[in-house]
Design a protein around this ligand. Structure first.
Ligand code: FAD
Ligand code: 2MC
Length: 378
């Protein structure tokens, strides 16, 4: 990285930190407890350029994936869940920017980049999660329209979002039969299930998206018929890196609290930090966070340069970062003793929010599958 690029990134990270301190951190506990999806804060994020972080400059901020790692880590220090939603929104916007026509980009990107129109990424179904190529939601062609039928499961932002990037079957079985189609919220036949009751990620809705004879113009399809699985996977490569960055943001926040706490809290006539086992725990957390950050930056750099082993690099960074960060936050909770278990300290919320990062955007078992296949392919 050149000095100028490093300076620019530092200024950007400072601005994102100010935003997270002002608009996210003070409200994170309430948003978790009351299940508030902060539409206003998201619009403010849009004003800062966070609605199209790596959407090309014609509409977006034109930043790199490496920039995005720094941005999502900083956002997640304020609120893991809101940061993670901003990542999903960016994934949807990037897919439209990268695979959409000029008309499609002009139609959807200005609203999405400003975050006045929120995005959703619709792949998972009740009967197809890890095995994403087995989806059955159909898009049957009738003249100039597709007619969509089926149900998407666990869709982040569903109900609140305006732009749904949907993977649906337009052809035969397997990945080659899948296309990506954009569905707008007010389309007749589109409805949503109830908001799921979750362990964490309460500051964003998770709902089914249900298609009952939903008709959209063929002009809403991104790229060609049959390209949808590739588009979905390319989007997820970046999503996986971002979710890893959100994880280390949460872990770093918890570590910072633990470092302060073990110096203030006394037991057996000395600060907790007088115990070597406690210092070793902090040292291990610090090491894991730095290792995770390095792997995420490595994967992001591969995305930026279009390296052929990008998918594997993203998978192994996601696997390591989300596991290490959950473990780190859980250890930070333990270092706080009973206080770590209280909502007031915030650490239990971060632990709950980080747990799902080991499951979504591809489970960590699927990440191992991708890494293992890469090894065996040679
Ligand atoms: P399954 O695929 O049924 O897996 C169950 C278990 O079996 C897992 O432990 C899995 O790792 C394991 N397993 C499966 N296959 C193998 C194998 N071959 N080898 C070893 N182990 C295996 N999806 C979207 O499309 N859009 C969203 O916005 C979205 N948001 C989400 C938000 C939340 C809060 C949650 C919980 C999920 C979200 N998801 C979303 C869905 C998420 O991506 C899936 O839950 C995930 O991919 C796993 O799918 P599944 O739940 O069907 O589990
Ligand atoms: N990047 C680029 N291309 C990819 C890719 C990736 N990460 N993963 C697969 N592909 C390509 C692959 O190269 C192949 O291309 P080609 O046909 O040209 O040879 C094609 O896609 C089919 O891939 P596979 O043959 O590997 O397909 P398979 O069905 O065996 O397995 C698997 C694919 C398991 C890797 C995929 O289904 C997967 O990633 N599952 C997890 C699903 C997931 O991550 N869901 C997340 C939902 S979103 C979410 O949770 C949110 C919170 C938003």
């Amino acid at each position: 990285m050149t000095d100028t690029a490093a300076e620019e990134r530092e200024a950007l990270v400072d601005a994102v930190r100010d935003f997270a301190n002002a608009q996210l951190a003070p409200f994170a506990a309430e948003r978790d407890a009351q299940k508030i999806f902060p539409i206003d804060a998201l619009e403010a994020a849009g004003e800062l350029g966070l609605g199209g972080i790596y959407v090309r400059e014609e509409y977006g901020s034109g930043l790199s994936r490496l920039d995005a790692v720094a941005i999502f880590e900083e956002l997640a220090k304020g609120d893991v869940t809101v940061a993670a939603y901003i990542s999903i929104h960016n994934m949807a916007a990037w897919m439209i920017d990268t695979f959409g026509s000029d008309d499609q980009r002009e139609r959807w990107l200005p609203g999405m980049v400003s975050m006045r129109q929120l995005g959703a990424y619709c792949l998972t179904e009740p009967g197809a999660g890890s095995d994403a190529a087995a989806i059955t939601t159909s898009a049957r062609r009738e003249g100039d329209e597709y007619v969509l039928n089926g149900t998407k499961q666990f869709i982040s932002g569903a109900g609140a979002a305006s732009v749904y990037v949907v993977m649906a079957r337009t052809g035969g079985p397997g990945p080659a039969g899948i296309s990506t189609i954009v569905v707008e919220k007010d389309t007749p036949g589109l409805s949503f299930g109830p908001n799921e009751h979750k362990m964490g990620w309460n500051a964003q809705p998770t709902r089914q998206v249900i298609f009952d004879n939903v008709r959209v113009p063929v002009a809403n399809r991104l790229s060609e018929e049959g390209d949808g699985f590739h588009i979905a996977m390319r989007g997820l490569n970046g999503g996986r890196v971002n979710i890893g960055a959100c994880s280390i943001g949460g872990a770093q926040w918890a570590l910072d609290r633990a470092v302060a706490y073990v110096q203030e809290r006394h037991a057996f006539g000395a600060p907790l930090a007088a115990n070597q086992s406690i210092v070793f725990t902090l040292a291990d957390i610090e090491t894991d966070i730095q290792a995770a950050r390095a792997l995420l930056e490595r994967a992001a750099a591969k995305m930026d340069s279009g390296a052929s082993d990008t998918a594997v690099a993203c998978a192994l960074a996601k696997r390591f970062a989300t596991d290490a960060a959950f473990d780190a936050a859980n250890k930070a909770l333990q270092l706080h003793g009973g206080y770590g278990y209280l909502q007031e300290y915030g650490i239990e919320r971060v632990v709950r929010d980080l747990r799902v990062h080991q499951i979504l955007e591809g489970t960590n078992e699927i990440m191992r599958t991708i890494i293992g296949r890469g090894l065996l392919r040679g």
